[in-house]
Design a protein around this ligand. Structure first.
Ligand code: NAI
Length: 270
């Protein structure tokens, strides 16, 4: 380890279980010297798994917050700043939920009430988090904020359903808020566009295994794991990425710029 985050203090949203990208990122940040606060929706915390992660991160406080509840977010930031004795240096937004996917509704038959909730939880929540921090002046100079996204925001992956729209909105919120927070306090806001990864949220996508196998074949480096993503996030949280902001950064083994690979051509011949 390189002590990349020594002395830095961060909030990690979205560690549900060991497979979660947020779980791996919390561990990687802790290993790089960061102090952490862990948070998730109250219902997700009820399973209690997160206490295991907290124990591995020097008993990091676990503070419940539904990311679409502004009161919860305010309390989260207040308690975090009290715990840290000051401002926050980095935030991981690792949150996704599609109500229409859950209810088995395809893109052409979505329920709009569910859709509003999906967009709120999966995309506007980044605005809510940044807005809360903005109003409380909770982020330190040059703080780094990352939200996780997927390439379905740019290209069509039919079974990704309404989450594709949610990710497009999420990426735009990162750019727009990144402008204001950059101007105000040199805060960086980026999205990391990750390979398909076997997690609870990932596995909710129809035909996920086939999807993963295809991406593996279409990526010169293969699919990036949750652990790889965690390491990339620590780099982006560190001072080594101080001038990177308002970007959508592909962390996908080269998938996004590959037209076709020899393996896929070979398979088409069969
Ligand atoms: P996960 O299921 O482990 O994490 C999703 C998290 O969102 C859970 O911890 C869940 O409790 C939290 N969440 C849902 N509703 C919430 C609410 N109202 N308030 C607070 N938290 C809430 O799955 P994963 O894959 O680690 O997902 C993390 C992020 O990575 C998501 O944004 C996902 O879209 C993104 N991503 C995942 C990929 C994959 O293939 N697994 C690929 C690219 C991006």
């Amino acid at each position: 380890m390189y002590n990349l985050l020594k002395g830095k203090k961060g909030i990690i949203f979205g560690a549900l279980n060991e497979q979660s990208i947020a779980w791996q990122t919390a561990k990687a940040c802790f290993n790089e010297g960061a102090e952490l606060v862990l948070t998730n929706a109250p219902i997700a915390l009820r399973m209690g798994e997160i206490n295991k992660l907290s124990a591995e991160c020097n008993n990091a406080p676990v503070i419940p917050a539904d990311v679409v509840n502004m009161e919860d977010l305010k309390k989260l930031f207040e308690e975090s700043m009290k715990h840290f004795g000051g401002g926050i240096d980095f935030i991981l937004h690792s949150i996704g939920m599609s109500l229409n996917v859950r209810k088995g509704k395809s893109y052409t038959e979505i329920d709009y009430n569910f859709n509003q909730k999906t967009l709120d939880i999966s995309a506007m929540s980044l605005h809510r988090v940044l807005r809360t921090a903005w109003d409380m002046d909770a982020l330190n100079e040059s703080a780094s904020v990352i939200a996780l996204t997927y390439i379905a925001a740019q290209r069509v992956f039919p079974d990704y359903n309404e989450m594709a729209d949610a990710k497009a909105l999420l990426e735009n919120v990162a750019r727009s808020f990144g402008y204001y927070y950059g101007k105000r306090k040199k805060v960086r806001v980026n999205t990391v566009s990750q390979s398909p990864t076997k997690t609870t949220a990932g596995s909710g996508v129809k035909g996920f295994d086939g999807f993963m196998a295809y991406a593996e074949k279409m990526s010169p480096l293969g699919n990036a794991s949750a652990d790889d993503c965690a390491k990339y996030c620590t780099l982006l949280f560190s001072d080594y990425a101080k001038m990177v902001t308002m970007q959508n950064l592909f962390h996908d083994g080269g998938f996004s710029f590959t037209g076709v690979t020899a393996e896929v051509i070979e398979q088409m011949k069969e």
